[in-house]
Design a protein around this ligand. Structure first.
Ligand SMILES: *Cc1c(COP(=O)(O)O)cnc(C)c1O
Length: 462
């Protein structure tokens, strides 16, 4: 399997080189040259597979020629061995029309662990078999950083630096990142918001000289391996529902950077018969506005109860646009430079119809998010975290009668007690989370200043 850039100006690469490259050298995102399609018969054969077995089947299509099966298998079983649920991502039935797929049973209690536990193992493997230096650099709205740090802490041959917006992540998120005392971890707490952090990172990755000199590697969902790892639970969830081949299965996904939902789009392209893909966002609703009007235009930043979705520039949107434009790299490049110059992109006519066929979308307001948490606690005794609550509100808005919905629970409610407390609900914290409050923190607070951030990186990576 080979991979190319959405912008068409990078020579085709193999799987490992694609992982190492992260952001494509021409500023685009790496995508498979050809998407493998799974036949309905094969899909039915997969019904009895465990999460790990399914992971191996799906990845084999993408890594086959480069990573020996036994090596991949070892990485997969190590990655998911420390999840708190044997199913890895268990599916809970809430009522006849709704299931919740719990993606928060990994070490940091959010869905990012599913891809990043594997990615930590993979980077470690690449460092060993290829002798590559792995210097991970990333920005986080909270969950990615925590999960990435847990994925690689203490691993030989790897250093990781994570930027997070100072004071704008939840207390538990901050503690999960900063109470790690391994010397291969650096937390930079930036005076600014997430988009400010991500902008600096994007510029550093776009500076090929800097990127090469310091061996920068990405863990953001610009990295294709994250997208691919996330397709596994779309297949898994679908296959867990009895008779799903005869049902209309909708999937509602709390979304920010468009990474998770893009994995669903890819799963559908690979032949998974998902009926509706529902994008749930909060008041930072660039994706909702795009689906409703065809205009993609970053708006102003709003702080909400679901901070991991407080994002205006959805990185993976470019991958979707590439497929929307029929994999035409020239057209895609024109749209992306238009976004750069005009600050927006508009699609109309046939293209817009296609967008509306591909997705439904809802930007959930703060109050509606809290109301949804209260309602599900009262009616079903099931406590939603605020991101998942947005997903549930969007499922309620779009799932028709007779349809079956799966909403992704992207985080454990204990991670976002600030919002839960506003509903008047008191929750018990899992022991692993309570323990964080006792540990010392390690982080460096920096101005939102690229030169200062670069100095910190140079000192750390050496
Ligand atoms: C990261 C995150 C999201 C958004 O996922 P994207 O892949 O960026 O769209 C939603 N919910 C939680 C809890 C997250 O951590």
């Amino acid at each position: 399997m080979e991979y190319i850039s959405t912008r068409g100006n990078v020579e085709a690469r193999g799987f490992i080189d694609t992982v190492l490259m992260g952001l494509a050298d021409d500023g685009g995102l790496m995508v498979p040259f050809k998407t493998p399609v799974i036949s309905p018969e094969t899909l039915e054969e997969w019904r009895s597979l465990s999460f790990q077995e399914l992971f191996l089947e799906i990845f084999s299509y993408y890594t086959n020629d480069e990573i020996p099966y036994e090596d991949l298998k070892e990485m997969v079983y190590t990655s998911y061995g420390n999840f708190r649920a044997p199913e890895v991502t268990p599916l809970r039935k809430i009522n006849d029309s709704l299931h919740v797929l719990e993606l928060f049973h990994g070490p940091t209690f959010a869905f990012k662990d599913v891809a990043l536990q594997f990615m930590g193992e993979l980077y470690s493997y690449i460092s060993k078999v290829r002798g590559e230096i792995i210097h991970i650099l990333g920005a986080t709205s909270g969950d990615t950083g925590a999960a990435a740090i847990q994925g690689v802490r203490g691993k030989e041959g790897i250093k990781i630096c994570i930027l997070h917006p100072h004071g704008k992540v939840s207390k538990v998120q901050e503690l999960q990142m900063t109470t790690v005392d391994d010397s291969n971890v650096l937390n930079l707490s930036v005076e600014g918001n997430f988009d400010d952090c991500q902008k600096v990172i994007k510029e550093l990755f776009a500076d090929l000289d800097f990127k090469g000199r310091y061996h920068l590697r990405a863990i953001n969902s610009i990295n294709f391996v994250r997208i691919l790892a996330q397709t596994v639970y779309y297949f898994y969830a679908y296959l867990q529902i009895e008779g799903s081949d005869e049902k209309k299965i909708n999937i509602s996904v709390p979304s920010g950077n468009f990474g998770n939902i893009f994995s669903g789009y890819l799963a559908k392209k690979m032949g998974l018969p998902i009926n509706k893909l529902i994008i749930a966002t909060n008041e930072n609703n660039i994706l909702e506005r795009f689906v409703l009007t065809g205009e993609y235009k970053p708006g102003s930043f709003t702080g909400t109860y679901s901070p991991s979705m407080d994002i205006q520039v959805a990185s993976n949107f470019e991958r979707y646009l590439y497929y929307l434009l029929d994999e035409d790299t020239v057209k895609l490049s024109a749209y992306m430079s238009q976004l750069q110059t005009d600050g927006k992109i508009t699609v109309d006519g046939e293209l817009f119809n296609q967008v509306q066929a591909d997705f439904a979308a809802l930007g959930v307001k703060n109050q509606q998010c809290l109301d949804t948490i209260g309602k599900y606690e009262q009616e079903y005794g099931y406590l939603l975290d605020p991101h998942t609550a947005c997903g549930i509100a969007a499922y309620e808005a779009f799932s028709g009668s007779g349809e079956t919905a799966i909403t992704f629970a992207t985080a454990h409610p204990a991670k976002f007690d600030e919002a839960i407390a506003l509903t008047g609900i008191k929750q018990d914290f899992p022991a692993q989370i309570s323990a964080l409050f006792e540990k010392p923190q390690h982080m460096t607070v920096v101005e939102h200043d690229k030169a200062e951030i670069v100095r910190q990186l140079q000192a750390f990576y050496g």
